[in-house]
Design a protein. Structure first.
Length: 210
């Protein structure tokens, strides 16, 4: 006998719990950056050599370490402020979304930097992640068809747009390649997460038992 029943709806966590978990993850990410920089400063910035070496297969792992390394505390502070502000907006949607977004931006942004970065250079810093968060906030409203998210994107553009655009202009010692690659990662994440959310909102899938 075959029986078809609708699948059970997933248990949705409470909004307050979701927001708290997202903020906790953001705090953990920033805390790791600061702890690493403290160790780096005590070790005469030797960890800076663990960043991204363009087209070096032997240093491909630097894609995952570079966002947590900075060339001194001023560099870290410059990245921390926008990272916390934009990250907090994203974190209100939960830890899972923040984690997925962060991973996508790190991988795509890091690979992009690894592919197009200048030879004989090392790239470190969370600015690619900052650009990824910014482009995600700017793009998600278009993919989600949400007026509120579009408005948030406009606010982000007004506050940070000038600084972000100026960082795309080539400057000595500044990786515009990392910024562009991180921004691409944010747009890709916005599209993918919107597709995932749309799939979750679709009717439950029937389960057949034989």
């Amino acid at each position: 006998m075959s029986v078809t029943t609708p699948s059970k709806a997933p248990v949705t966590p409470r909004k307050g719990e979701t927001e708290r978990e997202g903020i906790q993850l953001l705090v953990a990410i920033v805390a790791i950056m600061w702890l690493v920089e403290i160790v780096n400063a005590l070790d005469s910035q030797r960890l800076d050599g663990d960043g991204i070496y363009p087209r070096s297969v032997g240093h491909l792992w630097g894609i995952f370490t570079a966002p947590f390394l900075h060339v001194g505390f001023p560099h870290l502070i410059d990245n921390t402020i926008p990272l916390v502000v934009m990250g907090a907006i994203i974190a209100l949607r939960g830890a899972a979304r923040l984690a997925i977004l962060t991973l996508i931006v790190i991988v795509i942004g890091g690979l992009g930097t690894w592919l197009i970065g200048p030879s004989h250079s090392v790239t470190v810093g969370a600015s690619g992640l900052v650009f990824g968060y910014a482009s995600y906030l700017l793009a998600r409203g278009f993919f989600d068809h949400s007026r509120l998210e579009l408005l948030i994107g406009v606010v982000v553009a007004v506050i940070w747009g000038g600084a972000l655009l100026s960082s795309l202009v080539p400057h000595y010692g500044v990786s515009w390649q990392g910024h562009v690659s991180g921004a691409i990662g944010g747009v890709v994440a916005a599209w993918w997460l919107a597709q995932r959310d749309a799939a979750k909102r679709s009717p439950g899938t029937a389960v057949a038992a034989r």
